[in-house]
Ligand binder design. Structure first.
Ligand code: ATP
Ligand code: MG
Length: 140
């Protein structure tokens, strides 16, 4: 299995509750390496563009509100099978359906405030990394 990179984001509901370290621990314990990381506030325009695929969904307005309600931590994760591994460690979108021991089961508030984002495939990983990081910010 090749070494892969994926994009990860610790969402405002988690930074607000001081859970950044606990979430990073889950990622690192699963064998993922944080090769780039920054804590930022995303603008409304950035949130709308980042989640543009969901523009027509009924929860889009709420999604943009929650993603801009506080700081986020954006990350590039690296490891074997990193995209799928990160999705497994996060658990299902709806925390009530997530497996025990996953980030969303243990930390999420609701389906909207679900503590973490992870890219869902190689193409989105590449796009989402480039959305927030320049190549020189990814240190390995
Ligand atoms: P993410 O893209 O954030 O990693 P995901 O891929 O598990 O999550 P998506 O279907 O891409 O889930 O939805 C993107 C985000 O939109 C979810 O993480 C969640 O915050 C929000 N969302 C999805 N479905 C709902 C819903 N029914 N009600 C409220 N918010 C929702
Ligand atoms: Mg998604």
């Amino acid at each position: 299995m090749a070494i892969e990179r994926t994009f990860s984001m610790i969402k405002p509901d988690a930074t607000r509750r001081n859970l950044t370290g606990k979430i990073v621990d889950r990622l690192e314990s699963a064998g993922l390496r944080v090769v780039a990381q920054k804590r930022i506030r995303i603008t409304r325009a950035q949130a709308e563009a980042f989640y543009g695929v969901h523009r027509e969904r009924p929860f889009f307005g709420e999604l943009v509100e929650t993603m801009t309600a506080g700081p986020v931590v954006v990350q590039v994760l690296e490891g074997e099978n990193a995209i799928l591994k990160n999705r497994e460690v996060m658990g299902a979108t709806d925390p009530s359906k997530a497996e025990p021991g996953t980030i969303r089961k243990d930390f999420a508030v609701s389906i909207g405030e679900n503590s973490a984002h992870g890219s869902d495939g190689p193409d989105t990983a590449k796009q989402e990394i480039a959305f927030f990081f320049s190549e020189s910010e990814i240190t390995g």
